[in-house]
Design a protein around this ligand. Structure first.
Ligand SMILES: NC(=O)c1ccc[n+]([C@@H]2O[C@H](COP(=O)([O-])OP(=O)(O)OC[C@H]3O[C@@H](n4cnc5c(N)ncnc54)[C@H](O)[C@@H]3O)[C@@H](O)[C@H]2O)c1
Length: 272
């Protein structure tokens, strides 16, 4: 992308916390104008305050990314305010509340919530913003946040795992489609390992409050997140990856061997 990002416009979903907030701060450091979107207005206000302190123009919009109309309205508001969008981070995501449960025991509401945010949120983002970016006919970038779990197979939390595999596949598909058209819109899929954010604090969401159960698996995952990299490191990796023109962007190499093993198992038709 754009080597000089000053005054470019970035849209970040899930900007109220964690990786999204760090991406927003990083965009502000680059001098970009930012559009912050999140379902939580209070968290959004905190990020807005932090980003404004860097002296850049900000638009904050309360958006539920699982709703197509709200994401379409976000795109309209971003265009109305800034007249262009150069960089889109489809980042909002939730873990869901039933971690540790096998797929058949996971509540339907949890399946719908996690896929609604993690997968449909990205689909809505792509559908709302790609046509605008194509029409601009300038260099743009769409960065979808998946996870290393989107490249691995193991007994993890099924809705989250399935959603992240889908985001990887969707991003690959989008990239191929844009390349075939010779478009100036580029794609990357951000695949972080554990990062120290509020991802495991599911009780703060309405759906999470209904379903949350503190299982041993949840406790283990909470500890893993707390021991993860800082959100600012994820943002740094994202920017380095975008600038290097990488499609798959990782935040470390801890999972390399497991990704390789998975690919070999598939090619060898080996059992899981
Ligand atoms: N933290 C990790 O270890 C980790 C690892 C790999 C991938 N990820 C991914 O990174 C992304 C960001 O997660 P995070 O770790 O910063 O978590 P986080 O919980 O700190 O931040 C997620 C943000 O998304 C917002 N959000 C939730 N539902 C929304 C909705 N329906 N519409 C709009 N916004 C919504 C939340 O309010 C929150 O501000 C997610 O896609 C997550 O799956 C996180």
């Amino acid at each position: 992308m754009i080597q000089n990002d000053s005054h470019k416009v970035a849209v970040i979903t899930g900007a109220g916390s964690g990786i999204g907030r760090a991406l927003a701060e990083r965009c502000a450091v680059e001098g970009m104008r930012v559009v912050l979107a999140d379902i939580n207005p209070a968290d959004l206000a905190v990020t807005e305050h932090m980003v404004r302190a860097a002296g850049v123009d900000v638009l904050s919009v309360r958006v539920d990314v699982s709703r197509a109309a709200e994401v379409a309205a976000l795109a309209e508001q971003a265009m109305a305010m800034f007249g262009a969008v150069h960089l889109l981070f489809n980042n909002a995501g939730v873990m869901g509340a039933g971690a540790g449960a096998p797929p058949w025991e996971t509540a339907l509401a949890d399946w719908e919530w996690v896929l609604g945010v993690n997968l449909w949120g990205v689909i809505h983002g792509i559908r709302a913003f790609t046509p605008l970016m194509l029409a601009q006919d300038i260099e743009c970038h769409i960065v979808n946040t998946a996870s290393v779990v989107g490249l691995l197979s193991f007994n993890s939390y099924a809705p989250y795992h399935a959603s992240k595999h889908a985001v990887v596949a969707l991003s690959e598909n989008l990239q191929q489609a844009l390349l075939q058209q010779g478009a100036k819109v580029k794609v990357a899929v951000l695949c972080p390992g554990w990062a120290n954010t509020r991802i495991m604090d599911v009780g703060r969401f309405d759906q999470g409050a209904h379903l949350a159960e503190e299982t041993e698996t949840v406790q283990r995952m909470r500890q893993a997140a707390a021991a993860g990299v800082l959100p600012s490191q994820v943002a740094e990796c994202a920017f380095q990856g975008i600038r290097a023109g990488r499609f798959y962007i990782f935040t470390g190499h801890d999972a390399d061997e497991r990704i390789r093993e998975r690919m070999e198992r598939i090619l060898n038709s080996a059992d899981l």
